[in-house]
Design a protein. Sequence first.
Length: 95
Amino acid sequence: MAYGAYGLVEVLGEANAVLVLDQMLKAAEVSYETQDTKCGGHALIFISGSVSAVSAAVESVTTAPPCKVFHSAVISNPSQEMVEIVEMFKARGKK
């Protein structure tokens, strides 16, 4: 599957991840891909869509954050390796 862009946002806690995801989904035509939780409760949320939609969604939570946003990024035209990493996170979350 080809992706125009991935958006990544890191927050602390699952509840904050839900708030951030909700805001991004309402801000632009993006799709939720997966989420990964790291040690210390940091949650990394992955979204996908067109470059402009993903940029708008990520910008919506960095300019008016519902909680503390630690890091964010937009990856346009992701490499096959990046797609495989996201797919690995998705598969790990289904177990």
